[in-house]
Design a protein around this ligand. Structure first.
Ligand code: BDR
Ligand code: CA
Length: 304
């Protein structure tokens, strides 16, 4: 299996991505690190602990950055609920799974100690990843790639031109895209098309404890109405690793706007090569929505 670290701000779609990764035989989740994003760091860390406790896995959780590098946190509690994962009663979290190291030091240790290269799966703002790459650049040699959910080759969902994970901490994203580590970017171009529908959700409780939990979280996601489909943003990053055949990728140069008057947090995806830069990312520009739906349901069915 591929050794991975998930950096996350759970978050309902984060919870789905984490489940799919933890129960996949092709991935070995070594560490979960938390970051402020959808909600504040206390809740994202508590939620990550709740998830690993619920899934009965002994994956350590390390708490990370509580604020973006330069900006105040603008969270998404309006979408994910006050605690970030409302709608399901989780058992008491197993606090012994909380690492004594912070996210950056826990990642550094794991990456440098590992015999195999580690894949990073960031599915929240990139604050921790930027801090890691700037504090300990020696880790880069033992990172296989960064497979992220973030950005957009077109428009935004936080602002006109900014996707949430990039828009919350554009400076961190810019650091990551310029770090020289191979990047796979699953942004809104695929996230907006990776949809699950009410008729998918009703099947979930019969799939066991993970399906039941996700079904209950979905009832609260975006206020509970999802006739036009619920966007599975973060599971797209996991799917890029596990089922790349669902996607169309373009190798291209990506930069991040950090000081635009109206466009800060925009990922500038140079598909036409205007900037004459070498490619630094493989960008998922399209997804087969029907195949994704099937992959999602098959994956949750295996989460037992
Ligand atoms: C991203 O923003 C968050 O609300 C989701 O968890 C996802 O990571 C989508 O733009
Ligand atoms: Ca997320």
């Amino acid at each position: 299996p591929i050794p991975v670290i998930i950096d996350t701000d759970p978050g309902i779609d984060d919870a789905v991505a984490i489940a799919l990764a933890l129960f996949s035989e092709e991935l070995d989740v070594k560490l979960i690190t938390t970051v402020a994003g959808n909600v504040g760091i206390d809740y994202t860390t508590l939620n990550a602990l709740r998830l690993v406790t619920y899934f009965r896995v002994d994956v350590p959780v390390a708490r990370g950055a509580s604020e973006p590098l330069l900006r105040p946190l603008e969270d998404a509690s309006a979408i994910h609920g006050k605690t970030g994962m409302e709608g399901f009663e989780f058992p008491e979290p197993n606090e012994s799974l909380l690492s004594s190291l912070n996210a950056v030091d826990a990642m550094r240790k794991l990456i440098l100690d590992s015999e195999e290269k580690i894949t990073l799966i960031p599915i929240g703002p990139l604050t921790n990843i930027a801090l890691l790459l700037k504090t300990y650049p020696e880790v880069k040699a033992n990172i296989d790639r960064i497979v992220m959910m973030g950005g957009s080759a077109s428009r935004g969902n936080k602002g006109v031109m900014s996707e949430f994970n990039i828009g919350v901490d554009p400076e961190a994203a810019k650091i990551v895209f310029h770090a020289g580590v191979p990047i796979v970017m699953a942004g809104l171009d695929v996230g907006l098309k990776a949809l699950v529908y009410p008729e998918d959700s009703v099947q979930l409780p019969a799939m066991g404890k993970t399906g039941t939990m996700i079904h209950d979280l979905f009832k609260r996601y975006r206020g509970g109405s999802f006739n036009t489909g619920l966007k599975m943003y973060d599971p797209c990053a996991v799917a890029c690793l596990l089922a790349p055949e669902l996607f169309t990728f373009a190798d291209t140069y990506v930069d991040v706007e950090v000081c635009g008057e109206l466009t800060s947090g925009c990922t500038v995806v140079d598909l036409k090569g205007y900037l004459h830069q070498d490619s630094n990312a493989s960008v998922a520009i399209d997804v087969d929505g029907e195949a994704f739906r099937k992959w999602f349901l098959d994956g949750i069915r295996r989460c037992v």
